[in-house]
Design a protein around this ligand. Structure first.
Ligand SMILES: Nc1nc2c(ncn2[C@@H]2O[C@H](COP(=O)(O)OP(=O)(O)OP(=O)(O)O)[C@@H](O)[C@H]2O)c(=O)[nH]1
Ligand SMILES: [Mg+2]
Length: 222
């Protein structure tokens, strides 16, 4: 039993150390890193499909897309101005810093903005540091309004919260006040965005927030 605990401890320590190394490398390169986390199908990839053409014109942008299997999301994001690599976890329900390292090694010149689309999951990805600057929590009106209360760790750790599929909110009788009241209790400092990745409504505010953060980290003269 004691041996099992020691092995587990060492694994977690190695994971933390790899995240620290990634963070140091990103700091040296002036790369702003977003860990985008949300449940399966909340619209992470569609948001990136809509965002990349506008971000890529402004910043050297790269994307690492995490999924248990398939390269479908990376295929959807191809040709949108950002270097994109698919990371397959082959069963794991979250990305690890060591798998992110594999993706980072594939990147060409250091990006100014790196977006990591994590595996669709509201629980496990919240517990893993990938060396990112910010986690961004995403949920959708189709998932119901109680997600922040039921999965508080993710919403507590995130610098921004995106509520997607607002184009469906009326049909679903989605209770927006209830949704944001939970965020107000769990993480009142979080930036809040309501948008539709499908219609692009609300996209400007999200891109402005993100762009400001990338600018702040960009090396002088970069
Ligand atoms: N109506 C509507 N549909 C959306 C919106 N955003 C995404 N969708 C649809 O929702 C489905 C899932 O979207 P994805 O972008 O694949 O979701 P995801 O979060 O990347 O999913 P995983 O990578 O599997 O976790 C697709 O059919 C999208 O077209 C939206 O704002 N409005
Ligand atoms: Mg996706």
């Amino acid at each position: 039993m004691a041996l099992t605990v020691k092995v587990l401890t060492d694994v977690l320590k190695a994971t933390r150390e790899e995240a620290d190394r990634l963070r140091a490398d990103f700091a040296r390169a002036g790369t702003f890193v977003v860990d985008l986390i949300g449940g399966p199908g909340c619209g992470k990839t569609l948001l990136l499909e809509a965002s990349l053409p506008r971000l890529a014109g402004r910043f050297r942008t790269a994307v690492l897309v995490g999924d248990v299997a398939t390269a479908r999301d990376a295929e959807r994001l191809a040709g949108r101005g950002a270097e994109t690599f698919q990371l397959c976890t082959e069963g794991a329900c979250h990305l690890s810093p060591s798998l992110v390292r594999v993706g980072v090694r594939e990147l060409g010149r250091s990006p100014e903005l790196l977006i990591i689309e994590n595996v669709g999951n509201l629980v496990c990805p919240a517990s893993f540091d990938l060396g990112e600057d910010v986690k961004v929590a995403m949920s959708a009106t189709t998932e119901g309004p109680e997600k922040p209360e039921k999965y508080p760790a993710l919403f507590r750790k995130s610098a921004a919260v995106i509520l997607n599929k607002m184009d469906l909110a009326d049909a679903l009788e989605f209770d927006r006040d209830y949704y944001w009241a939970q965020i107000g209790r769990i993480n009142p400092q979080a930036a809040r965005f309501e948008l539709s990745a499908k219609t692009a409504a609300g996209l400007d505010a999200w891109l402005a927030w993100l762009g400001d953060r990338v600018e702040q980290k960009r090396p002088a003269g970069g």
